[in-house]
Design a protein around this ligand. Structure first.
Ligand SMILES: *[C@@H]1O[C@H](CO)[C@@H](O)[C@H](O)[C@H]1NC(C)=O
Ligand SMILES: *[C@@H]1O[C@H](CO)[C@@H](O)[C@H](O)[C@H]1NC(C)=O
Ligand SMILES: *[C@@H]1O[C@H](CO)[C@@H](O)[C@H](O)[C@H]1NC(C)=O
Ligand SMILES: *[C@@H]1O[C@H](CO)[C@@H](O)[C@H](O)[C@H]1NC(C)=O
Length: 220
């Protein structure tokens, strides 16, 4: 009997260590979105997780971006930007190349002061990013449309998942929530001044399996 007690003690001791280990490690790594099985997604490594956020390093890669499109609500600007970027993948580039669609699509928001001096309301504008088809990453074709731009994002990113529909409200709310989670962690300072985006992995209509992330991209 004594030997069983001892084994139990050791086992419980080990369990305790494991539980403490998990607690101190914070959350678990997010599951790869199902979309990434049929579409190519940019590759990354998880370097840390704390609370409900994940810190990643991405392979350096090109994204094709729309201009910022002013709009009081996200959808019209998002639809317009989507068509502009889709056009680039559908041959509107200096090689007439057809690029595969990819995931996720990033949204960045900017606020411009209204020109009318009576109301200094900040008007939102929205910019979309498509991850360039990996087959073209080494040497992406240039867009024919002058207002589209190829860009590279900083290597580090901090991400927080959410399932709400991506719109003008959730974009701000989820980026604020991410900043709240970052607060007090060792990533707060490096991520400060990073580029805030929302990443959408699913079609807006696909409510049941929606996966989105607030992501701040930063240099470390
Ligand atoms: C991308 O496009 C090529 C050529 O059209 C195709 O063979 C491939 O299956 C497509 N899909 C992915 C996910 O790369
Ligand atoms: C798509 O590309 C074609 C050819 O470059 C261009 O004439 C057209 O205006 C573009 N449409 C959009 C919505 O960008
Ligand atoms: C894609 O490009 C082809 C060839 O230029 C064109 O016929 C087609 O309408 C385009 N598709 C969309 C959705 O714009
Ligand atoms: C960060 O935490 C401090 C102290 O707990 C708090 O005063 C501050 O409002 C928090 N900031 C954000 C962005 O949550």
């Amino acid at each position: 009997m004594a030997i069983f007690r001892d084994i139990n003690k050791v086992l419980f001791g080990l369990m305790e260590i494991c539980i403490l280990f998990f607690l101190s490690e914070g959350g678990e790594t997010f599951k790869i979105p199902p979309t990434c099985a049929s579409y190519k997604c940019p590759k990354f490594k998880v370097v840390d997780n704390v609370k409900d956020i994940e810190i990643r390093t991405y392979d350096q890669s090109y994204w094709i971006t729309s201009p910022f499109i002013p709009s009081s609500t996200f959808k019209p600007a998002g639809d317009q930007a989507f068509l502009m970027l889709y056009n680039y993948t559908n041959g509107s580039n200096d090689r007439g190349a057809i690029l595969n669609l990819t995931a996720p699509i990033l949204v960045e928001t900017s606020y411009q002061l209204s020109k009318s001096k009576s109301k200094s309301l900040a008007l939102p504008s929205y910019k979309l990013y498509f991850y360039v088809d990996p087959r073209f990453q080494k040497n992406p074709p240039s867009p024919l449309q002058k207002d589209l731009q190829l860009v590279q994002l900083p290597k580090f990113a901090v991400a927080k998942r959410f399932v709400e529909l991506v719109d003008e409200k959730s974009i701000n709310a989820e980026i604020s929530a991410l900043k709240g989670s970052l607060n007090g962690t060792r990533w707060e300072t490096p991520a400060r001044g990073g580029r805030s985006t929302v990443a959408s992995y699913t079609e807006p209509e696909e409510a049941a399996n929606r996966i989105s992330e607030a992501i701040i991209w930063f240099k470390n």
